[in-house]
Every structure is written in structure tokens, then in C-alpha cells.
Design a protein. Structure first.
Length: 322
């Protein structure tokens, strides 16, 4: 038996997406190393999810339904409680994996014992469509500490939350209840950063994950948008890590992108019913913005931000590639 099979497991979180789940499971079963344990954490689906899973008739595919809907974070908690192997991939029911992803992630987790997390860039495709696996993948691999990993997430990127492979001790250390309270549905980036902790993150700049685009995605659901303070908590989280020192790369990332992130949050990420002036007053009082980062808005129009994004990619490649 391969050592990878003994040390690696996949959890797929799902709710009422039976047909999409079928595609996600198939992509996990098509990994270059066969025999990986795949557990379906069904959040009390009311569709034919159970039939889809049983139809695989595969001893490596396990079905674990919840008697009630415990929410997204509740399902994360279940994966945290149920995981037993050294490396854990928590996957989503509407996404797909490149066949080489698990093998590649495992290689770097074994090579660098201080690595607590592996994540990959992604391509967005229509849900359930067939990805093009023949496309040449970027060979650039970056090994980042917590601060620079946060900086890479803050600048424009395609790192997929569903690509995260956690070292078990890092996953077990996460306070999902606290993260839910602080960040609500926008806790994906904080979860990844907290998992890195005092160790490092490996980032694949190639797209080893294909995220499914469809109308039922929670990102697009206005009815689930949280209060504005949740988004501001997220911005404060990044400010506390990156700072606003423009003579440092992390601080420069925050100052250049903070204005754009705040405006994007106001337009698309929060519940309606608050004016922009009140929103910004709260941003300053909560330290989700600084006078320096707000002044930088006038010096960093969209074209400057796009140039900085290019610089950021080159900076990380030059100093953190392995």
C-alpha cells in the first residue's frame, strides 16, 4: 500500500447538489494515486445525494450524513473531529481536482515538515463541465510564511479555498466557532491564514483545481450577506498582519489594495441598509483602514493596482520559489 494512502484523506462537504457532487467525487477518484479515503459529509440533503454516493459502490467512498443541517462551519467542524490521517483535503461539492493534485501536494508536505498548508490557484469553469487537464501547468511553487501568504491572498489572486490540504495538527488547531462568529461567510481567507500559523504554506501557481460556476453559489446570494462589521473584521484581520508600512512589501500590499477591498465589500459583500459614510467611519474606528491606506487610494487607480499585481507576482516568484 502506498504511504500516501495511509496518510491522506479527503472530505467533501455537500448539501443538495447531488449531480455536482457526483462530478466532484469522480475527480477525487481519478487521482494519480488510487485508493485514497473519500468521506462525504452530507449536511442533511433532501435530494438524491445518498443514491449518488451509493451508486459508486467503492470501498474508499464513505457516506456520513448529518441528521440536521448544521451549516457550513458545522460541516467543517465535523471534518476536524473525524479526520485521523496526517494530511486532510476539505473539498467542495461543486469543484473538481486535477488528477495530479493530491500526489503533488503530498510531495511538498513530506518534503517540508514546517509546511502546515498546501493550496493551489484555480480556474473557474461552468459547474460539471469537463476541465482541460492537458493544459500545461505552471511549475512555479512558492513557500510562504504567514505574513507573505496573507499578502498574496490580499492582492488579486486565484487561490482556491477548496484546494487547501491541511496538516492534521494545523486543522485541529483551528477555532471554527470563533472564526464563524468573527468572519461569517467571509472566513475562507482567515481560515487558510490561521492554518499556516508559525509554519509555512506551499502555493501552486498553476491551476490544480477547477471551481464550478453556477447560480446556487452562496457567494452570489444577497440573502446570506452578513452585516458590514463582518467584512470590516476581515479587513482588520489583514491590516493586523500586513500593517501599513509602505516600505515593506506586506504593508504596501495593504495600502494599495485596502481602498478597493473596502469599496468592493460595501457594494457586494454586505447586507444592504447602511450608507457609505457610516460604513467608512466604522472602518476607521475598527482599524479596518488607516489614514495612510485611504490616502493611497488617490495614488493607486485601477491601472496602478494592475501593475502592482504584476509586480507582486514577480516579487513572490523571485524571493519565495522552491
Amino acid at each position: 500500500m502506498s504511504k500516501l494512502i495511509e496518510e491522506f484523506e479527503i472530505f467533501i462537504l455537500t448539501y443538495n447538489r447531488a449531480e455536482m457532487l457526483k462530478t466532484a467525487i469522480e475527480s477525487c477518484l481519478e487521482q494519480s494515486i488510487a485508493g485514497i479515503s473519500i468521506t462525504i459529509l452530507d449536511n442533511a440533503s433532501t435530494d438524491h445525494t445518498a443514491k449518488i454516493v451509493s451508486a459508486f459502490n467503492n470501498p474508499n467512498v464513505h457516506y456520513c450524513p448529518s441528521p440536521t443541517n448544521i451549516g457550513g462551519y458545522g460541516n467543517f467542524l465535523r471534518s476536524q473531529e473525524l479526520c485521523t490521517k496526517e494530511y486532510v483535503l476539505i473539498f467542495h461539492d461543486d469543484d473538481q481536482l486535477h488528477p495530479k493534485y493530491v500526489e503533488s501536494a503530498y510531495h511538498y508536505l513530506e518534503k517540508y515538515p514546517d509546511t502546515n498548508l498546501v493550496a493551489s490557484n484555480s480556474l473557474t469553469i461552468p459547474a460539471q463541465s469537463k476541465p482541460n487537464h492537458s493544459t500545461a501547468l505552471s511549475q512555479s511553487i512558492q513557500k510562504l510564511d504567514r505574513t507573505h501568504f496573507a499578502a498574496s491572498l490580499y492582492v488579486k489572486n486565484k487561490i482556491a479555498f477548496c484546494s487547501a490540504v491541511y496538516r492534521k495538527k494545523a486543522l485541529k488547531s483551528l477555532d471554527f466557532n470563533g472564526l464563524e462568529k468573527q468572519f461569517g461567510k467571509w472566513g475562507d481567507r482567515p481560515i487558510l491564514i490561521e492554518a499556516v500559523g508559525s509554519g509555512s504554506a506551499i502555493v501552486f501557481t498553476g491551476a490544480y483545481v477547477f471551481t464550478g460556476r453556477h447560480e446556487a453559489q452562496d457567494t452570489h446570494q444577497a440573502k446570506t450577506q452578513p452585516p458590514h462589521t463582518i467584512w470590516l473584521n476581515r479587513e482588520k484581520f489583514f491590516k493586523d498582519i500586513l500593517g501599513d508600512n509602505t516600505f515593506s512589501y506586506p504593508g504596501l500590499c495593504f495600502c494599495i489594495m485596502n481602498h478597493r477591498r473596502l469599496k468592493s465589500g460595501f457594494k457586494r459583500r454586505i447586507a444592504k441598509g447602511i450608507d457609505f459614510e457610516t460604513y467608512m467611519n466604522d472602518a476607521f474606528s475598527m482599524s479596518a483602514a488607516s489614514k495612510k491606506s485611504w490616502k493611497m487610494a488617490w495614488l493607486t487607480p485601477r491601472i496602478v493596482q494592475n501593475i502592482f499585481n504584476y509586480y507582486s507576482k514577480r516579487h513572490l516568484e523571485k524571493h519565495f520559489s522552491v
